[in-house]
Write a protein that binds this ligand. Structure first.
Ligand code: AMP
Length: 428
């Protein structure tokens, strides 16, 4: 099987790493890929959001299967273009990807199908209306830009001044672009977060190993939000009773709701949950795998990924084929100095070979590129040091041992990945 992976971050490196371990995968491409992916796949210089460019690339190389990593090509209709040409692809079409592409669409879907979620106070398409609505909400209030905003579109506002400032930046100064043309105000939930990801062919589904990520830049979940500073996976995250509750109150109504609305959702569906005192509630849907959750999840993979993804594309997923290594895994993200604010790139990275000599450690690249004989930084999140172990403690110990071998100027990372984080709204 010849496979094209779309994207160029740690998630796509994890996909390429596991697809390569599959004997069915004879040739891999990645567009655009990165410095680490280049060791496992042929990288093509086409950006992930460039639907026309990706269609042209696939037309030329004729892959047997395409796997889409990031949300942008999905929301832009890449899958529709592939399906029209009868090319096998894993990912939802444009309509289904609205579950991530529009927070208001997702909220209305959740309400229509009685799926537990935060109460929506209102949706507004002018700053004036949004300011006006602030007098009738409870504090803190959650403000969400409707469209894609690269992880910057959600703000838990502690008071009216902070809320007004965010609305002004998003709706009047257009700091988040078109994604901020409409906003939604909703109730702030308290509890621990859990990422629950499904793989579905539109009818059947299988749950991936449960994960939790760490969004804040500093230890103890302090500082600004990032794309994710680390993640871990352990079956302890999901006791049997909680798994049953999520299945009956969230997953099944979601699958039925999609069918009732005439949406055939195929691919990965990421359900971000808040485990509240009243039970799990949906915070968000993503129409793809999470990053860095994927790195932790795929580290525990014990099934032929290429074959299962080909089944999904063909509409014949066999859920019991998905098997997970017992124990746990962890991924610690190494970031550039200054990230998630301004950062410099082009710093030489040292110690990768030594880190990968440690048993059960894999270094997945997010923002790296080759420059002559060197590997240098090229993004905010640079590497994800990923490890497995019989217990979460063992996985973390290996991952941090790997981290200890690596250095580049300005490198920073969290030292508390895998520790329980209370993600209370007040803390946000
Ligand atoms: P989202 O992109 O909707 O998942 O939001 C990003 C992050 O904002 C989540 O992972 C939560 O930490 C936080 N968040 C989103 N919605 C809420 C909510 N209703 N209550 C509390 N925190 C939230």
């Amino acid at each position: 099987m010849k496979i094209l992976v779309i994207g160029g971050g740690g998630r796509e490196h994890a996909l390429v790493w596991k697809l390569r371990q599959n004997t069915a995968a004879e040739k891999l491409w990645c567009a655009p890929g990165n410095g680490g992916i280049a060791a496992g796949a042929e990288c093509a210089a086409v950006e992930a959001g460039d639907v026309a460019g990706l269609v042209a690339l696939a037309g030329k190389i004729a892959p047997d299967l395409t796997v889409v990593g990031p949300e942008l090509p999905l929301v832009n209709g890449l899958v529709d273009a592939f399906v029209e040409r009868k090319w096998a692809v894993v990912g939802p079409d444009k309509k289904a990807a609205q579950l991530e592409g529009s927070k208001i669409f997702a909220k209305e879907f959740l309400q229509r199908h009685n799926i537990p979620t935060a109460e929506m106070y209102g949706a507004h398409d002018s700053a004036g209306a949004a300011y006006g609505a602030l007098c009738a909400v409870d504090w803190p209030v959650v403000i969400k830009a409707d469209g894609l905003c690269a992880g910057k579109g959600v703000f838990v506002a502690p008071n009216p001044d902070a809320a007004t400032d965010f609305i002004e930046r998003v709706m009047e100064k257009n700091e988040l672009g078109d994604g901020g043309k409409r906003v939604m105000l909703e109730e702030a939930l308290e509890g621990e977060e859990l990422s629950f990801i499904l793989l579905t062919d539109g009818e059947r589904y299988a749950a991936l190993a449960p994960t939790r990520d760490h969004k804040r830049v500093f230890d103890n979940s302090e500082g600004p939000n990032t794309g994710g500073m680390g993640a871990y996976s352990s079956d302890d995250l999901l006791p049997a009773q909680l798994r049953r509750t999520i299945k009956t109150t969230i997953v099944e109504p979601t699958m039925k709701g999609l069918a009732a609305d005439g949406i055939r959702y195929q691919g990965f569906l990421y359900i971000g949950l808040m485990l509240t005192k009243e039970g799990p509630k949906v915070l968000e849907f993503n129409c793809r795998l999470g990053d860095p959750e994927t790195q932790a999840i795929l580290a525990r993979l014990e099934f032929p990924l290429a074959a299962v993804l080909a089944d999904v594309a063909a509409g014949r997923l066999q859920p019991d084929k998905l098997k997970w290594k017992a124990g746990a895994s962890a991924c610690v993200v190494l970031a550039s100095g200054g990230y998630p604010g301004k950062f410099e790139v082009g710093k030489v990275i040292y110690g990768l070979t030594e880190a990968e000599k440690i048993a059960d450690v894999k270094v997945l690249h997010a923002g790296t590129k080759r420059l002559g004989d060197n590997l240098v930084t090229s993004g905010g999140r640079v590497l994800g040091v990923t490890a497995t172990g019989n217990t979460l403690g063992a996985a973390l110990q290996r991952a941090y041992e790997g981290v200890g071998k690596i250095r580049f100027e300005g490198m920073h990372y969290r030292k508390d990945i895998g520790k329980l984080q209370q993600s209370s709204a007040a803390g946000n």
